[in-house]
Design a protein around this ligand. Structure first.
Ligand code: BT5
Length: 259
């Protein structure tokens, strides 16, 4: 990947501008700074390597050079999109999933922000915002996707098993092609953000449906229940062991299979 190849690759998509880095701390940090400045809707930051890639809750995201996709897309939500900002993580997750589905794979979305292949994490999403008063002026959608085997970190660095697209397919794929597919899917799905069909698509790919899970609420203990689906805002719906329904709303929740 390099700047001119990316410019060419993405020229048929309505991407406003691409900034490419051989190495960067975090594409989300770069995108947040750009968003706070003059970035237009659909501006994109792409890096070959991240030296300080971030997950949620100050966790680390590993992006070794030459093996992975690490990018951050800046959206300036329209007035119609603003009431559905909490669905942006679903938009990102469905876009990655779409690219995997077209390759005959069976992705699942581990709520809220992980994409799984064969029960292992192949991609992670980090959504961050630039606020103007009560409104999210810009949304930064950060995505990390393990494309080649070399992108997968050692087991002792992980909270959850990981995989790559190459592992799942049995052969290597071109990073730039996947980037193009994910962005094309996102641009296609974005106008559906407010619809019931969008929620149905998202729910269809939800991992662990009907299974008992433990949801760790940061600093607040945990809850156990059966995954029943998603709320209209993208919250996770559970039925607890007494049959009571529970809603888990916030991104600072860690979901693990309990049994
Ligand atoms: C995430 O956080 O999964 C969100 C990751 C978002 C990364 C993108 S890359 C482009 C943009 N720029 C950034 O700086 N970030 C975004 P979370 O659910 O908190 O998961 C983090 C956990 O995933 C870590 O604690 C590790 O256990 C694990 N992990 C780290 N690197 C991984 C990798 N390459 N593949 C699979 N798991 C990984």
């Amino acid at each position: 990947m390099n700047q001119s190849k990316l410019n060419k690759l993405l020229s048929k998509l309505p991407i406003a501008k691409v900034k490419y880095f051989d190495s960067i701390g975090s594409t989300n940090d770069e995108a947040l700074a750009w968003a706070a400045n003059d970035a237009k809707d659909l501006s994109l930051v792409v890096a070959d390597e991240q030296t300080a890639g971030r997950g949620r809750l100050d966790r680390k995201w590993f992006t070794p050079p030459g093996t992975a996709l690490a990018f951050s897309l800046i959206l300036r939500p329209s007035a119609a999109e603003r009431p559905h900002i909490s669905r942006m993580v679903g938009l990102a997750a469905l876009s990655v999933s779409d690219s995997l589905l077209t390759r005959g794979l069976s992705p699942q979305i581990k709520w809220p922000n992980d994409i799984l292949l064969n029960g292992r994490k192949v991609a992670g999403i980090l959504i961050e915002s630039v606020w103007s008063g009560e409104d999210a002026e810009c949304i930064v959608i950060g995505m990390g996707v393990n494309i080649l085997k070399g992108a997968v970190p050692d087991k002792d660095m992980l909270l959850f098993p990981a995989t790559s697209l190459e592992d799942a397919l049995g052969y290597p794929v071109e990073r730039a092609e996947i980037l193009h597919e994910i962005l094309a899917a996102l641009i296609f799905l974005r106008p559906q953000l407010s619809t019931d069909e969008f929620m149905a698509k998202w729910e269809e790919l939800l991992a662990y449906r009907g299974r008992q899970v433990q949801v760790e609420l940061v600093g607040e203990g945990s809850v156990i229940g059966n995954v029943s689906g998603l709320g209209t805002d993208g919250s996770l719906q559970l039925n607890d062991p007494d049959g009571k329904s529970l809603t888990v709303q916030f991104g600072d929740v860690h979901l693990r299979p309990f049994a």
